[in-house]
Design a binder for this molecule. Structure first.
Ligand code: HPA
Length: 250
């Protein structure tokens, strides 16, 4: 592998399994101290920069949110020398601007997940870390992506609170009503422990959320269908290549 630094890693969520226009990508498969990653980390050139891509659920979408090895994924990205990680996450919208097909960058987070290994301090003898999570996402990476949105004329919702649920089932109407009272604007199943682990590793990490549906009880539909989710995600992923091009521009 070339020793030129990798400028950015993109973790693809539901609906994003490859990067368009990715040149000469090589597949890196490595054992980590935390087990197997979700799949190969593909490292190649995008708009003149070295970029890494990893499909969080596996390239065939075989891993549900609670089975993703978040630790292995982030550890390998860091071991490849990567400092900036843009995590793409499909979400349900709860409030106002977070409507189906929207893209945006949340700035806050509430963790409702359980039973996931959420720290690198798990093993006996590992250093005990109490990382600050007041601002769970990197301010500089968020700002760079928001600016890329302006440059590429891609509308992005700026700010909102991401509620991370356990899944893989969707939520009940009452659960979403509670999350709304808690201050959540969007709901997804993969935002944690990824953000916390990234902070433990000192990575610059931000979430690009793609709205797949109104969360339970938020729209006027009686239930959430897979067809609607896929159609909305297809729409929401369409501007990502232009957004990345602007983000990577010198
Ligand atoms: N809830 C949780 N996660 C999701 C949803 C949802 O409604 N839509 C896409 N990911």
């Amino acid at each position: 592998m070339s020793d030129e630094a990798i400028d950015l890693a993109v973790i693809g969520g539901t609906g994003l399994y490859r990067l368009a226009a990715f040149e000469d990508a090589e597949a890196i498969v490595r054992d980590t101290p935390y087990g197997e990653t979700s799949g190969p980390v593909r490292v190649g050139r995008l708009h003149g920069r070295r970029v890494a891509f990893l499909a969080r659920h596996g390239e065939q979408h075989s891993l549900p949110p609670h089975r993703v090895n978040y630790r292995a994924n982030l550890w390998l990205l860091q071991d490849l020398g990567i400092r900036r990680v843009l995590a793409v996450n499909a979400v349900g919208g709860i409030t106002g601007d977070w409507a189906p097909q929207a893209l945006g960058l949340p700035d806050q987070l509430i963790d409702y997940t359980w039973g996931r290994v959420g720290t690198f301090c798990e093993e006996p003898g590992s250093e005990v870390l109490h990382v600050d999570m007041t601002e769970p996402y990197s301010r500089s990476l968020r700002e760079a992506v928001l600016q890329a949105g302006v440059d590429a004329r891609v509308a992005l919702v700026d700010g909102g609170c991401y509620g991370a649920t356990q899944g893989p089932r969707l939520e009940t109407r009452a659960e979403i009503a509670r999350m709304r009272r808690d201050g959540c604007d969007l709901v997804g199943m993969t935002g944690m422990p990824e953000a916390g682990l990234a902070r433990e590793l000192g990575l610059e990490y931000a979430c690009l959320a793609l709205v797949a549906n109104w969360a339970a009880g938020c729209g006027d539909q009686a239930e959430i269908t897979l067809e609607e989710v896929h159609a909305n995600l297809e729409h929401a992923t369409a501007p990502i290549p232009a957004l990345l091009e602007a983000l990577l521009a010198p």
